[in-house]
Structures are given as C-alpha cells and as structure tokens.
Design a protein around this ligand. Structure first.
Ligand code: BG6
Length: 509
C-alpha cells in the first residue's frame, strides 16, 4: 500500500531493546512473540536486539524463555524448528516488576546500563489494561527511559486499543501521553491496518482505473461492512469486554478504519501524513444517519442462550463468566452512517459486528445500483429449483478474512434459449494466487514500528474523529437498550430495519 511496504521487507538496521509490558498476557503469547520470531526467522531483525518481558509474575529468564518457545511452537504461522527457536529465545529476558511502581523502572534502568545487551533504541509495547497506559508512560519518562525525539537513539511507544472510552477520555489520554512523549514517538495500533487484505483495499481502489469512477453516489447504492465472530466470552475475556462492548471494542477502531479505506479520497502520495490526512477528512464528514430518533440508526443486542450445531448448550451473554448479570453492554451492534461529502452524500453505509454470530467473517461489500432499464429477468437456482426474480445489483466484495480475496458479482446470460441472467462471481482469492500463508497483522506492524513508519498507525486527530462519530451513541445509551438475539445466527433481526426502504439486505454469507 505504501512506500512502507518496501521498507518492512527490508532488514531493520538499528540495534534495539523491545520491552513488552504485560508479557504474561495472551497477546504476547499468541501474537507478539510469534510475530517477532517470524521476523527473526526471515532475517528481518537487526543483529543486535533484546526482547524484555515485563510483568508481575515470578518468572526468571529461563522460565520465560521456555514459555515463549512453547508459544512460538503453538502459534507461529510458519514452521518453527528447534534450533531457530532456541537461537531466538536467547534474545529474550524477563523483568519482574509492577507497572505502577517507580522502583520497577529504576531497576530496569539499572539493567539497561549494560548497553551491549540492551541497545539504546527502545520500543516499549504497552499490552496492558488501558487504565495503566498513562502510569506506564509517566514512569518511563520520570526514570529517564524515554529519549528526546531528536536524540541519536530513538524511543517509540506502542499503545494498544481501546484508546479511551469516549471522546473526552480519549482526548485526556492523548494530552497525558503528549506530556511525556512527542506525537512522532506514539504508535497507536489498530491491528486491522496490518492485515494484507485491509491494505489491499487502497491498492485495489487506486491502482486500477476502472473502479474509481464508479465509487460514488451516482453508482453505489450502499456499502455494508460486517465483522462477525462465532466466539463468545471464553477464556475470561468477559472482564474486559463487559466494560467496553462491541461499539468501543470493534467499531471505533477496526470498522471505522475499514470505512475510511473504502471511502477516502486518493492521497497525493503514499506518505503516512497524506494517507492519514485523507482518512481524517472522510471521518470528519461521517455521522450517524438519524432520521427521527437515534434508534433508527443504531441497534444494540446481547446474545441469548441456545445450542450450537452439535446440540451443546451455549450460555447467554448475561450468564457468561465475569459478566455483570444486569449488564447493558452490547455484544452486537449495527449502525447506519452517512458521509456528508460530494462523493458519498445520500449513500447509506451500514456497519455491524458481534459475538456469537453464525460465522466468523469480515468483509466490506460495495453494492451498486441496478441498471436503469430492467431488460432482463434473473434466475436464481438452488439445486434443481429455480426462481425468476428481478435483476440483482452488482456487488464488489473485499473479503478481509477468512477466504481472503476480492469478488465481483455480475449478471451473465445463462446458456439456453431465453435471455435470462444469472449471477456469477469474478473472483480473486489469495489462496489460489499465492500459496504462501499471509503475514499476520502484528508481523507487519511490529516491523513498521522498528523502521519508524507510522503509516499504518492511528494519528491523534484520527482517533478524535473516530470517537466523534460514535459519541452520540454513547450519549444516548439509556435510549438504546440491548435486545436479545439468538446465538449462531446473524445477530439482531431488528438490524434489518437499518436499510429502511432501500433495496439492501445484509449479506448473511
Ligand atoms: C480485537 C477485539 O481487537 O479484535 C476482539 O478486541 C476481537 O474482541 C478481535 O475478537 C478480532 O480480530 P480478528 O483479527 O480476529 O478479526
């Protein structure tokens, strides 16, 4: 997508110490360490680097290294032979400490005096609860562990989402961070931006001349974005989730980023600033498409109990572990947005995301208008039963995951004596084109931070604009009580009403 694509395939040159705060957590095991291992195995990390796991548990270097070796073997997307894993884990160390205690940082600083083992370029990855972001950054700064932005050795800090709980808290957090760091040192991560298929939205739109002329209100009927998941609140994720819910967990970041990429104007060049400027512009033009009441633009739901495909019982949201039984947090949300600019005025944009839905899928579907003259009829067949219907619109689908690819649905003459049209797919699938597995989002994003490329990270004004879009929902939660929806289906049936009188339907596929 950007000049950074070239950069992250080249080897990082600067020696670096990578400190992972929250090193005993799930993200470290499943994503961060396996991603760093893959970079190492592909010879993309510098000759000299040390990874420090910072957490409260009573481990030592050996115990932590063994745990990380196990994580790599379990979660690495590429095969991990013992010899390479053993060489890699020799770069890992453990630092036991409490994130909110100054002495933990002083002790780390003491260790860092050995600059051969701990290079002075530092990447701090905050994989911790959001309440501790500010404390960690303030402690790093007061212990002298943050370098000046213009000094010879760099400091970069990666902040995981959610960035704030609403517009005001996000701005407060931002101001606090900016007391200790400069904007260029902050990397607000949204792992969706690291996905190959998400980056490909921009390449597909702006590297092909044929689609861009029809990406506008004259040709597009509506755009729908779905991120559905089959998981519920397993593995203790209820504690975090019940505090945030689907809107803050998925919409304010991942879904709005997808919306930006599919609707933004072409940037003047591929620099981080140009791309982010365009995203901010389109976000600032985006608002909830309220007709009379906010409830005609937003639907919130909570999954109820039921059975899975094997007849095993599924707990309802309110019965799950670490969920308040009276919780009004949504596990599903759908919204209708409008973009008030020249290109998109009047085109509905509907988004939905939820847990315990029928299928794990993330896709962006751009549905075009039907031809102005209905010359043909359409035939739709299921097995040997065929129906004649009205002609179907063309749809361009960016399938983010799984079965990654891009599909264009077009009508074509069905062989036979009559002029009837049948829908066919013109498709490109990553699997068929490239047999190699796609890089994980974190592989790309971690390398970008080491290269100092912030293109795929969220700038502070972008975060502000994202919260502004959803703030009216947060201000009206008491009028938007969540309704129950059945598990293993497509979420709240009431979300169909967001299409209003238009021709659209959710693509439940
Ligand atoms: C995370 C959310 O950011 O994204 C999780 O916190 C969600 O709740 C996950 O499950 C989904 O990511 P992906 O890459 O599987 O779509």
């Amino acid at each position: 997508m950007s000049s950074s694509a070239v950069i992250s395939e080249s080897r990082v040159q600067d020696p670096v110490t990578i400190v992972i705060f929250g090193a005993s957590g799930d993200l470290t095991h499943r994503k961060l360490i396996p991603a760093l291992f893959i970079a190492y195995a592909q010879n993309l990390l510098p000759d000299t680097f040390t990874i420090v796991g910072f957490a409260r548990r009573d481990y030592d270097d050996t115990v932590f290294r063994n745990m990380m070796a196990d994580s790599i073997k379990e979660f690495s997307r590429l095969s991990a032979d013992d010899e390479t894993v053993n060489r890699f884990v020799q770069h890992i160390r453990y630092h036991k400490g409490d994130i909110s205690t100054a002495s933990a940082y002083e002790e780390m600083k003491e260790k860092f005096k050995d600059t051969e083992t701990y290079p002075q370029n530092r990447l701090y990855y905050l994989s911790i609860i959001p309440d501790l972001f500010e404390t960690a950054v303030a402690c790093l700064k007061s212990s002298g562990l943050v370098s000046d932005p213009n000094s010879k050795h760099w400091t970069r800090v990666v902040i995981e989402k959610p960035f704030g709980r609403d517009f005001n808290s996000a701005m407060e957090l931002n101001n606090c961070l900016l007391k200790h760091l400069s904007e260029s040192q902050i990397y607000r991560i949204d792992h969706y931006l690291g996905k190959e298929t998400v980056q490909n939205i921009l390449s597909f739109r702006f590297a092909n001349a044929i689609f861009e002329p029809v990406f506008n209100r004259s040709y597009v009927d509506h755009i729908q974005i779905t991120a559905s998941e089959t998981v519920g609140m397993e593995k203790g994720r209820g504690g975090y989730y019940d505090e945030y819910g689907a809107l803050r967990d998925m919409v304010t970041n991942h879904l709005l980023q997808l919306l930006c990429l599919v609707t933004m104007e072409a940037p003047g060049d591929l620099s981080a600033e140009s791309i982010r400027n365009e995203k901010v512009k389109v976000l600032n033009a985006t608002k909830l498409d309220i007709r009379k009441n906010i409830s005609d633009a937003v639907c919130r739901g909570q999954y109820s109990s039921g059975f899975d495909d094997d007849g095993k019982p599924i707990k309802g949201y309110l019965e799950e572990e670490r969920i308040d039984p009276n919780s009004e947090t949504e596990s599903f949300i759908a919204l209708r947005l409008a973009i008030d600019n020249w290109r998109w005025a009047g085109v509905p944009i509907v988004l939905r995301t939820g847990k315990r839905m029928a299928k794990k899928t993330t896709e962006v579907a751009v549905q075009f208008k039907v031809p102005p003259l209905q010359l043909f009829q359409q035939v739709e067949c299921e097995d040997d039963v065929c129906d004649i219907t009205r002609i179907k619109p063309n749809t361009l689908i960016f399938r983010i995951q799984p079965n990654e690819g891009i599909f264009l649905k077009v009508g074509t003459k069905r062989p036979g004596m009559r002029f009837v049209v049948e829908d066919v797919d013109m498709d490109f699938s990553y699997n068929e084109k490239w047999s190699k597995s796609l890089p994980e989002a974190y592989e790309r994003l971690l390398l970008d931070t080491l290269h100092g490329d912030s293109t795929l990270f969220t700038r502070s004004d972008e975060v502000a604009a994202e919260w502004k879009v959803v703030q009216p929902i947060l201000d009206n939660l008491s009028r938007l009580k969540p309704y129950p929806y059945p598990p293993n289906e497509w979420g709240l049936p009431e979300a169909d009403s967001l299409f209003r009188t238009s021709d659209g339907n959710w693509r439940n596929q």
